[in-house]
Ligand binder design. Structure first.
Ligand code: ATR
Length: 487
């Protein structure tokens, strides 16, 4: 129980919206000794929660928003866990109408950060605080310890932070929750976190696909490979659950479950938002982009029904025909996965840096590498390395330039290239492996074909170009005598 209010009988925090995430979060608060106010639009969910878990802690259920607000200690802190979009706006407005100056409204859903920026502006004009907080970890995380990324004012974090830190995951004694920055900063970094998650899942998927369809391994065998990988550089929640999924046998058919799951991936939108924001910011998040497109393509079921088996492959080969040793191939795939993952994370952090600069949020990337180590879906040992990289040089132009990662990539390079070439020769899709390698080669290239693009742009649209040998902007008079003029 928080010290200052131990005996007021009022709740320390309230949760509005008691679907799975909301009720698990409420239970998590209660399990840490906090008194939790509860409200859901329809009372049924509140009643179910009270019936099933009411005895697990101190809850104050309410049937109206006014009653709910009155049950909170001041400054009131209410976390909204309802559907993103209009439902969130509706609840914010109801709460704002019933609250008083200094109270804090927290949106714990996956809101689009631009909505959070707008809401913060509107709510702060009423003298209230509005905190957009990204919460990651799924249902299990919400109940036992998520990673939490709160935005909003520093002042609101002083009151709210200790409560959120008390329910978050903890790694090496550090809570996986910290103040990210003003207004939409928390939801922005949560969005990019989800984008990185898309890329991470896709590279794991590509590795699985190669082991299965290039090396001809069975799912159970591949499950063991992932289990083994989980003891090294790739140690992460996603690799761990991959092994679990691949070893699952379908009770109905006796087949590996993976073989009876339809290969059309769903998405709720945060990956797409990450790519849209990256496009607006001019940041090349190719890994996340390819991962989002890969899901879209997998889900284009009508198109695939027409194309599967109906498009020529050209001459494709096999590992045996290429004389590739299977053990070496498995290790090559692991390295290609790791290298592509490094690129995707580097790109995600680039986007966060660009977003932070654009919105003047002053987000510290070290904070993210720290709090993402636990609770969230992309939690991984490897995040410690990212933190170290930013500790070494907070201004590093790309994580790929960090001495540790540079050395790692050097050791992965040959395998990565071999896998991309082989997969292409075998006719197997590897959108993130391949695009990450192209991105990497682009970053280190002395010359890019962009010079030609500038020439073309100048030719058809007089868009001008810069010269390598002197400052200024120039135009070649293409349709006249082709002499160059300074623009
Ligand atoms: P989950 O994915 O965890 O199931 P969700 O679909 O994101 O949750 O959100 C569902 C919650 O939003 C429910 O608590 C729902 O309230 P009801 O139980 O009354 O349906 C709440 N919700 C949806 N629209 C709402 C609105 N317009 N006003 C208030 N709450 C709303």
């Amino acid at each position: 129980m928080t010290e200052n209010t131990a005996n007021t009988g009022l709740a320390h925090i309230g949760v509005v919206g008691l679907a799975v995430m909301g009720s698990n979060l409420a239970r998590n608060f209660a399990s840490r000794g906090h008194t939790v106010a509860l409200y859901n639009r329809t009372y049924e969910k509140t009643a179910v929660l009270m019936h099933e878990h009411g005895a697990d802690g101190n809850f104050i259920p309410s049937k109206s928003i006014e009653e709910f607000v009155a049950s909170l200690e001041r400054p009131r802190r209410a976390i909204i866990m309802v559907q993103a979009g209009p439902a969130t706006d509706a609840v914010i407005n109801q709460l704002a109408a019933a609250m008083e100056e200094g109270d804090i409204i927290i949106d714990g859903g996956n809101a689009l950060y631009t909505d959070t920026v707008r809401r913060e502006r509107e709510i702060s004009a009423k003298g209230l605080h509005f905190v957009g907080a990204g919460i990651s970890g799924g249902e299990e995380g919400a109940l036992n310890g998520p990673a939490i990324m709160p935005g909003g004012t520093k002042e609101s974090y002083e009151s709210l932070g200790p409560l959120l830190e008390s329910i978050s995951a903890v790694v090496d004694g550090t809570p996986c929750c910290t103040h990210i920055g003003p207004d939409g900063a928390g939801h922005f970094v949560k969005m990019v976190h989800n984008g990185i998650e898309y890329a991470d899942m896709q590279v794991i998927g590509e590795a699985y696909h190669l082991l299965r369809y290039a090396a001809g391994m069975e799912p159970a065998e591949i499950a063991d490979v992932f289990k083994e990988w989980n003891t090294g550089d790739l140690d992460s929640y996603l690799v761990e659950i991959t092994s679990e999924v691949l070893s699952q046998v379908d009770a109905e058919t006796g087949k590996p479950l993976i073989d009876v799951i339809v290969d059309a991936a769903g998405q709720k939108g945060t990956g797409r938002w990450t790519v849209k924001a990256a496009l607006d910011l001019g940041i090349a998040t190719t890994g996340i982009g390819e991962a989002v497109f890969a899901r879209a393509l997998s889900g284009a079921r009508t198109q695939r029904a027409a194309t599967i088996g109906n498009l020529p492959s050209g001459e494709v080969t096999t590992l045996e025909a290429q004389g590739v040793d299977k053990t070496q191939f498995v290790e090559d795939v692991r390295r290609a996965l790791y290298a592509s993952k490094l690129v995707a994370y580097a790109q995600g952090f680039d986007e966060i840096k660009a977003g932070s600069e654009e919105h003047e949020w002053d987000v510290d990337p070290r904070d993210l590498a720290t709090i993402w180590r636990g609770g969230c879906i992309i939690r991984a040992k490897f995040l410690n390395r990212i933190k170290d990289a930013y500790d070494t040089n907070p201004e590093v132009e790309s994580l790929l330039l960090d001495p540790y990662f540079k050395e790692e990539i050097e050791g992965l390079m040959d395998s990565w290239r071999r896998v991309v070439v082989l997969a292409t020769q075998l006719g197997l899709p590897i959108p993130v492996f391949a695009s990450s390698l192209s991105y990497y080669d682009s970053l280190r290239a002395e010359r890019l074909p962009a010079a030609l693009i500038q020439g073309q742009r100048d030719f058809f649209g007089a868009h001008t170009y810069e010269r390598t040998d002197k400052p200024g902007k120039f135009h070649t008079q293409w349709s006249a005598d082709r002499t160059e003029i300074e623009a």
